[in-house]
Design a protein around this ligand. Structure first.
Ligand code: SF4
Length: 82
């Protein structure tokens, strides 16, 4: 089991995929052009789990593209702030 309390950063992915088609990027080919999202409850549960396992520093959101669906982000951010 990872010793999370020894890590400087935790990672979380809110969404996967990207609707854009930047010519240098393979994300749409690998993960699709329709972004898929976790629910705010899933994101908060993952954050709670990281904290429960000892992460006390920062969390890095590692999404391919965090904001293609602004409605999903607007729903998630208030829950994240709570
Ligand atoms: S993930 Fe970023 S670089 Fe890649 S296609 Fe989407 S917006 Fe462009």
């Amino acid at each position: 089991m990872a010793q999370i309390d020894r890590y400087l950063l935790g990672s979380i992915q809110f969404s996967s995929g990207c609707p854009c088609q930047c010519e240098f990027c393979n994300i749409p080919a690998l993960y699709g052009r329709v972004a898929r999202y976790k629910t705010p409850e899933q994101v908060c549960a993952e954050l709670d789990k990281l904290v429960a396992y000892g992460l006390s520093a920062s969390v890095y959101f590692v999404d391919n593209n965090f904001i293609p669906n602004k409605r999903a982000v607007r729903e998630m951010l208030p829950r994240l702030i709570e």
